[in-house]
Design a binder for this molecule. Structure first.
Ligand SMILES: Cc1ncc(CN)c(N)n1
Length: 225
């Protein structure tokens, strides 16, 4: 039987339009170096320490998305999807702590670098009540999707990912996380269908800015700032 083509929404259109930054975020040299096994382990440790701090700042952001899903969405299932994401951050923080011990990274001494601080400031601005729900859901999807696509790439056929790094790759590259990202995308697309031109322009801008922050975060991990 012929497969029905999936309905394309605004997000797919924007990804096509901004393909080069999307690829830069999801196929960054740092991620490719994990996949081909050439990764510099000191870069991995930098990423680990910085991402631990990022995730601690991501928790209040996701909590604010959860509140907006409860208040601003007409669909009760939005809340359940976001709640699932928030709950999994609990495991994620425990995972980071275990990895910190494994790699001898003492998180209490890690100082957030510029790219991390800039990204966290950007998330704080998105937590304002002024930001419209479709814009927030678009940002939320993009943040999660970059990690899903990047780490899934490290597990695809032909990878030479070092075995000690496969835990990180499975954390975001697993099918459950893929499914969750797809649910968040469906929420964002549904909201964007009814959004005004002004909100659509804002959502597109926020999507591109998330991708830029993600690229800067990978760069920082490789030793840039
Ligand atoms: C920088 C960054 N971006 C996204 C994720 C996935 N929540 C993360 N842990 N860190």
């Amino acid at each position: 039987m012929e497969k029905k083509p999936e309905k394309r929404g605004m997000i797919d259109t924007w990804i096509d339009k901004h393909r080069s930054i999307y690829t830069a975020a999801t196929r960054h040299a740092f991620v490719v170096s994990i996949r081909d096994g050439s990764v510099d382990l000191s870069s991995f440790k930098t990423w680990l320490g910085q991402d631990y701090l990022f995730v601690r700042g991501f928790v209040p952001f996701v909590a604010s998305v959860l509140i907006r899903a409860c208040k601003d969405s007409g669909e009760s299932s939005d809340m359940e999807v976001v709640l699932g994401g928030l709950a999994s951050l609990n495991d994620e923080i425990e995972w980071f702590k275990r990895e910190g011990s494994k790699w001898d990274v003492d998180f209490s001494t890690v100082v957030p670098q510029n790219a991390n601080q800039d990204y966290r400031r950007f998330l704080e601005a998105l937590m304002s009540n002024e930001v419209k729900y479709p814009v927030i859901m678009t940002a939320f999807w993009a943040i999660e999707a970059v990690y899903q696509e990047s780490f899934a790439h490290c597990l695809e056929d032909g990878n030479k990912t070092p075995v000690e790094l496969t835990g990180a790759c499975h954390r975001w590259g697993n099918d459950g996380f893929k499914q969750y990202c797809s649910s968040v995308k469906n929420i964002a697309e549904r909201c964007l269908e009814n959004a005004s031109g002004e909100v659509l322009a804002e959502a597109e801008d926020v999507l591109v800015r998330v991708l830029e922050h993600e690229v800067a975060f990978w760069e920082m991990s490789r030793g840039g700032q």
